[in-house]
Design a binder for this molecule. Structure first.
Ligand SMILES: [Zn+2]
Ligand SMILES: [Zn+2]
Length: 166
């Protein structure tokens, strides 16, 4: 297994059979609050290569600050650790909080976003592509290339599309 991890109390454990598609650092206020830290360090993986081994997290659903799309932050109800994140409308992408990995040292961030709300007391990584807000490149394009390579689309299915179509 390529990636393994879980929450602080280990009630939630997961594994992922592939390397991450995207590795990023998000400095937005939502990630600061939800992680209790200066930023969120996140790996994006293919949802069908990822699985929870016993319990699943509970989810706190919010609307994304700029996209206004639903976004779910998964956490352990016993110890409170943030573990995963996902967009319900993008069912083929799962996101992992790097701090939950058994080996977080393998994180190699490629992109930093929302530096406009980043803290001056936190130094920046010299190797990342940096954006004051939303990333122009380095996230969506990587996801699209990965899924195109697998012969499937990077699926975006608005949750209310069924009700609109009928
Ligand atoms: Zn826990
Ligand atoms: Zn964020």
């Amino acid at each position: 297994m390529v990636l393994k991890g879980g929450c602080a109390c280990q009630r939630i454990r997961y594994e992922c059979a592939e390397d991450p598609i995207v590795q990023l650092i998000c400095h937005c206020r939502d990630c600061q609050r939800a992680s209790g830290s200066a930023f969120a360090a996140i790996m994006m993986v293919a949802a069908d290569k990822f699985r929870f081994l016993n319990d699943e997290p509970s989810y706190h659903e919010v609307l994304g600050g700029t996209t206004h799309r639903p976004f779910r932050r998964g956490f352990c109800t016993k110890c409170g650790s943030p573990v995963t994140l996902h967009w319900p409308e993008v069912s083929n992408v799962q996101m992992i909080h790097v701090g939950s990995l058994d080996d977080p040292s393998r994180f190699e961030p490629q992109t930093e976003l929302w530096l406009s709300s980043g803290f001056h007391w936190h130094s920046k990584n010299p190797n990342t592509l940096k954006f004051d807000g939303k990333p122009i490149t380095g996230v969506r394009d990587r996801l699209e290339a990965y899924f195109a390579n697998r012969g499937s689309a990077f699926l975006f299915v608005p949750r209310n599309s069924d009700s609109k179509a009928q």
